[in-house]
Design a protein around this ligand. Structure first.
Ligand code: CA
Ligand code: CA
Length: 167
């Protein structure tokens, strides 16, 4: 959770929040320290102060036969619950997160830098402006400009765009 999710996404894309339902600050500190946790931990109001219970815990309770922990949930950008599990399945969580985060540019097409549904000389101009630092690309124009997917926008990408226009 800490390294694979919290540290691998930017914080304006994915927020990891730990909800803890004990009021024992010493226990919280030990857990945070032992697991090197840096994501925010919030207290569950309504917790009687033991190790179970609390308003959020009760609302999101999932019965299982083993430990009462963990409860993992993913809430999407619209506030809709997309994932709920009472065992750790990081691989599935990453898959869902990638689907949710990746969706932002899903209606953009590679090469259509200004997203007007046409690939033409205007897209070349936009791309060259990024390269010359005249304009800064937003996340999606950056994504559709990087033809060879090397994380850079440069002349190699312009050449591929020109080739597409000339085809
Ligand atoms: Ca265009
Ligand atoms: Ca590139």
């Amino acid at each position: 959770m800490e390294t694979l999710i919290w540290q691998s996404y930017s914080q304006d894309e994915v927020l990891v929040l730990g909800i803890i339902n004990t009021s024992n600050q010493g226990m919280i500190n030990t857990f945070v320290e032992e697991n090197s946790i840096t994501f925010p931990i919030v207290f569950d109001p309504g917790s009687p102060g033991g190790v179970q219970g609390g308003d959020t815990y009760d609302l999101y309770y999932l019965p299982n036969n083993g430990s009462p922990y963990p409860r993992d949930f993913i809430v999407d950008q619209e506030g809709v619950l997309q994932y709920a599990n009472n065992e750790i399945d990081t691989e599935l969580m990453l898959y869902i997160l990638n689907e949710l985060v990746g969706d932002a540019c899903s209606d953009w097409n590679i090469g259509d830098v200004n997203n007007d549904n046409m690939i033409n000389v205007l897209d070349i101009v936009s791309m060259v402006n990024f390269i010359l630092d005249i304009n800064q690309p937003d996340e999606c124009s950056e994504y559709v400009s990087d033809f060879n997917d090397d994380g850079l926008i440069n002349i190699l990408d312009v050449i591929q765009l020109v080739n597409i226009i000339l085809e």
